[in-house]
Design a protein around this ligand. Structure first.
Ligand code: FVH
Length: 289
């Protein structure tokens, strides 16, 4: 079992700490505001008096606070020689790179930066995924710790800036579903559809959306957009129908209108018979008028 210092005992940091403690690791914990460590200490963890003591206590530091910016501020000026620094706080590409540069200047190139795809209640579950960038060596060394926190966790590369893009890509995909459900509930509510009926029907459409991940994987990497099962024009027509329903019920149509505007770019580019996924190519084209 490993000696690990957990820095940050908010909702997520506490869940990480509880899970690693239950897995038998020897924990030192620190939180900026005192008073959040009582249960962990009662179960055997040591509470550090300050950040310097917390860093000195273990070879592995696991930080989960507000963002990479606060992580950099907390670790500023500390000697990190011989340490592995794992930051599971969120942040953008620039901040992730700046953090890695700062900890390298503080004595260690051994970093792991991870994105937690779960709420605190999901920590320790087999289906929870923490997506990590780290060197192959650091991933191998820390893999068991990360897998204890999320059984579906993966090593996705070595560049901290790319992790921020992966987060942006996955978060956007997920939020598209969530905001879609919210917009969908609005149009149904305005039309008098019982919302328990709408709620029960959502899995029907989510099945199709889930399968779309395969369509993206089959077409985007290769550019095989021809022979579409449902063409760009089909989506344009369907979205026109959807917009008519939103307008007829006086429902805010901003979300379906955004999708319709994106499809229009494909139509304007003359790609009416291509798969919708061709929009990745069309909308990424910086020379597009
Ligand atoms: N909670 C969730 O569902 C999401 C799931 C996905 C990943 N996020 C990220 O996890 C990081 C921590 O989030 P959290 O849920 O633990 O957040 P809080 O409960 O609000 O606790 C915040 C902790 O951060 C500490 N903190 C804030 N600013 C500083 C600072 N300048 N210096 C040191 N520590 C700081 C705060 O300390 P305190 O206010 O108790 O003194 C808490 O420990 C986050 O990146 C999410 O995006 C969670």
């Amino acid at each position: 079992m490993a000696r690990i210092t957990i820095i940050g005992l908010g909702a997520m940091g506490s869940a990480l700490a509880r899970t690693l403690q239950a897995a038998g690791h020897e924990l030192t914990v620190w939180n900026r505001t005192p008073g959040k460590a009582a249960d962990l200490v009662a179960a055997g963890a040591t509470e550090a008096a300050d950040i310097a003591e917390a860093v000195a206590a273990s070879p592995t530091l696991l930080v989960c606070i507000k963002s990479h910016i606060e992580t950099a501020a907390v670790l500023q000026g500390l000697d990190l020689t011989g340490k592995t620094v794992m930051d599971l706080s969120t942040g953008g590409a620039e901040e992730a790179r700046a953090l890695v540069d700062q900890i390298a200047a503080s004595g260690t190139k051994d970093f792991l930066i991870g994105i937690i795809n779960a709420y605190p209640s999901g920590i320790g579950n087999s289906e929870t995924a923490i997506l990590c960038v780290a060197s192959a060596e650091v991933w191998e060394a820390q893999r068991d710790v990360i897998l204890a926190l999320g059984g579906a966790s993966q090593h996705v590369g070595t560049d901290p800036a790319q992790l921020a893009a992966i987060f942006a890509g996955l978060f956007t995909a997920r939020q598209g579903f969530m905001f879609g459900m919210i917009s969908g509930a609005m149009v149904c509510k305005a039309a008098g559809v019982p919302l328990d009926v709408y709620g029960r029907l959502l899995p029907v459409t989510h099945g199709m959306a889930g399968n779309y991940a395969k369509k993206v994987a089959d077409t985007v990497p290769t550019g095989a957009y021809a022979n579409a099962e449902a063409t760009m024009q089909v989506y344009a027509d369907a979205l026109d129908d959807v917009l008519r329903s939103f307008h007829a019920t006086g429902t805010d149509a901003a979300f379906p209108q955004l999708m319709r505007d994106m499809v229009q770019a494909g139509i304007d580019a003359g790609r009416t018979t291509d798969e919708l996924t061709a929009l990745v190519e069309i909308l990424s084209d910086k020379t597009r008028p």
